[in-house]
Design a binder for this molecule. Structure first.
Ligand code: OOB
Length: 543
């Protein structure tokens, strides 16, 4: 098995420890300490669940023993694909307690993605819910096991059929490891949005991630009286740690798991549970503002709304205080590390016009031109970063690592930003070819690869196009092999490729050629940029 690692140079690691960023705490310590201090307080509310911290700890320990009783060994990787259920927390804290490594997949992922995660992480087990939104995850698990037999165990929250029922786990605490995990080692694998091809795996350590969680909780003003609503998919880095349900657990607050982020589901939950804080992507924030105008539910307990994952335009940002009667906190983060926040007491212009400043005084931010030369202060450039919770490498991917990190260990975020005189970042765009569709990052290359497998497609180039609601949507330019099929046929065919629905192109344009006039070879990136320009020009009525 390829070892999981995340290594910082010794001098920096020593510095991060000295500063108290890395405290030698594990995820298991976090829950155990919290349960010791706040045992009777309400930890998590799910569909049918209301668990105190003591109960969450007990359930996590039972889960840990159950996973180990299956024969899984500390260090084994386990793909977790669960909706926002209370069990999401007992499963992942159980995995942490057993020193197993969660690999976080989204409920929207399908066979193609799960097989990739399972192979790349060398997973030994897969945790799913039975069925959700009309989709049967057990059928998916059968296909995954057929393709990756190394995924020996499937654990189901709900009706297990031939698999292992999570509910059948019994506490045999003698199975639990007696020594703690090493906090400087990898705790879990997060999935990258990915701009080139398939998603990369992001190894995060206990030390580095918990630092970002602890300080995020402070920056977002969380206390034991806070109630955090997990509206976005719990596997995503934003609701996980910015400040997210982990931030809430850090301070002994209550976490409410929402089965869907829609106002219909979330507003009654806010009213019933007295939710004080949540996080949304921009399209949902727009939807919530619209719905708040005529809702019968009392959502006045909401104090802070975090918005991030994609650019929240100032015109929309300005409306939050008035229409939702709460403080907006913009967050610009990435699963690879760096997270920026506007601060709750910042002046209005910084809150609405910027995407915040880094968590840590030791987050190093460089804004450079295409030759990696720093631009003048205030100018626009590519954002590079390194720091106490930003990764130094992806898991087992030399090519991506060579591309994504500088020789001195800065991560190339792919984002194009400028810095204000106050030191706040404004996201201006990005340099890489992914489509940010309502916060879901879609690799143009990955979608093109799928399209090229269609017999009627000669060539394909996928670009983003502005969308009032989604922020961006995908447009696929296709050169057909012969007579062009219909766009709907291509979409239906894409859906059959067992990929997440959000990767199916929103728009398909058939062209005879890409009409690139430049002499010589043109890169895929330049091609996509030219096609995108053509699309934008056409939208404005240019020829
Ligand atoms: C979050 O994480 P990822 O890994 O899904 O995506 C990271 C990318 C960033 O590199 C940037 O391109 C974009 O998402 N992004 C934003 C943004 N927040 C993220 N672009 C503009 N404005 C923003 N506020 O998306 C994520 C992770 C932690 C917290 C929040 C978001």
């Amino acid at each position: 098995m390829i070892p999981l690692q995340q290594v910082w140079p010794d001098d920096l690691a020593a510095h991060y420890r000295e500063k108290g960023y890395w405290r030698g705490e594990t995820f298991s310590d976090l829950l155990r300490n919290c349960a010791a201090d706040q045992s009777d307080r309400l930890a998590v509310v799910g569909e049918d669940a209301r668990w105190t911290y003591a109960e969450l700890l007990e359930r996590a320990e039972t889960a840990a023993a159950g996973f180990l009783a299956l024969g899984l060994k500390p260090g084994d990787r386990v793909v977790v694909q669960l909706p926002n259920l209370a069990e999401f927390l007992s499963v992942v804290f159980g995995l942490f307690r057993a020193q197993l490594i969660p690999v976080y997949a989204l409920p929207a992922h399908r066979l193609t993605e799960i097989v990739h995660f399972a192979r790349k992480s060398e997973a030994a087990a897969y945790v799913i819910a039975d069925r959700r939104e009309g989709f049967d995850y057990r059928a998916l698990a059968r296909q995954v096991q057929a393709e990756v037999p190394a995924v020996r165990d499937v654990v189901v929250v709900g009706e297990a059929e031939e698999f292992v029922a999570f509910d059948s786990f019994r506490a045999d605490l003698s199975l639990l490891p007696t020594t703690d995990a090493d906090p400087s080692k990898v705790a879990f694998l997060q999935i990258s949005g990915g701009s080139t091809g398939l998603s990369k795996l992001i190894p995060r350590t206990h030390d580095d991630y918990l630092y970002s969680v602890r300080d995020s909780a402070v920056i977002s003003g969380l206390s034991a009286d806070s109630v955090y609503l997990t509206a976005l998919p719990a596997a995503h880095n934003f609701p996980m740690s910015s400040p997210g349900y982990l931030g809430a657990i850090c301070v002994g607050a209550t976490v409410v798991m929402a089965p869907s982020p829609s106002p219909d589901v979330c507003f009654p939950l806010i009213a019933r549970e007295g939710v004080t804080i949540t996080g949304l992507v921009p399209p949902l924030a727009l939807l919530w503002m619209q719905a708040a105008a005529n809702t019968a539910h009392d959502i006045s307990s909401l104090e802070v709304l975090l918005v991030g994952g994609a650019k929240f335009l100032p015109e929309a940002a300005r409306r939050v205080r008035r229409e939702l009667n709460c403080t907006l906190q913009q967050v610009f983060g990435m699963a690879e590390g760096l997270v920026n926040y506007t601060r709750l007491d910042d002046p209005e212009h910084l809150i609405v016009e910027t995407q915040g400043r880094p968590i840590s005084p030791d987050d190093e931010v460089r804004i450079v031109d295409d030759q990696d030369v720093p631009v003048a202060e205030g100018e626009i450039g590519n954002l590079l970063t390194r720091g106490p919770y930003t990764i130094r490498a992806y898991h087992n991917d030399d090519a991506a690592n060579a591309r994504s990190f500088t020789d001195d260990g800065f991560y190339r975020t792919g984002d194009v930003v400028r810095r204000t005189p106050e030191g706040y970042l404004v996201v201006m765009g990005r340099a890489t070819d992914h489509i940010n569709r309502a916060g879901e990052k879609i690799s143009a290359e990955e979608v093109e690869d799928h399209l090229l497998a269609h017999p009627a497609v000669f060539d394909a180039a996928v670009v983003s196009t502005p969308d009032d609601y989604l922020g961006e949507r995908t447009c696929a330019f296709i050169i057909p092999n012969g007579p062009a099929p219909r766009g709907v046929e291509i979409k239906a065919w894409m859906r059959k490729r067992d990929i997440a629905e959000f990767k199916v192109p929103d728009q398909i344009v058939f062209v005879e050629d890409f009409a690139i006039t430049a002499v010589g070879k043109i890169s895929r990136r330049e091609l996509r940029a030219a096609l995108r320009q053509r699309l934008l020009g056409a939208a404005k009525g240019e020829t």
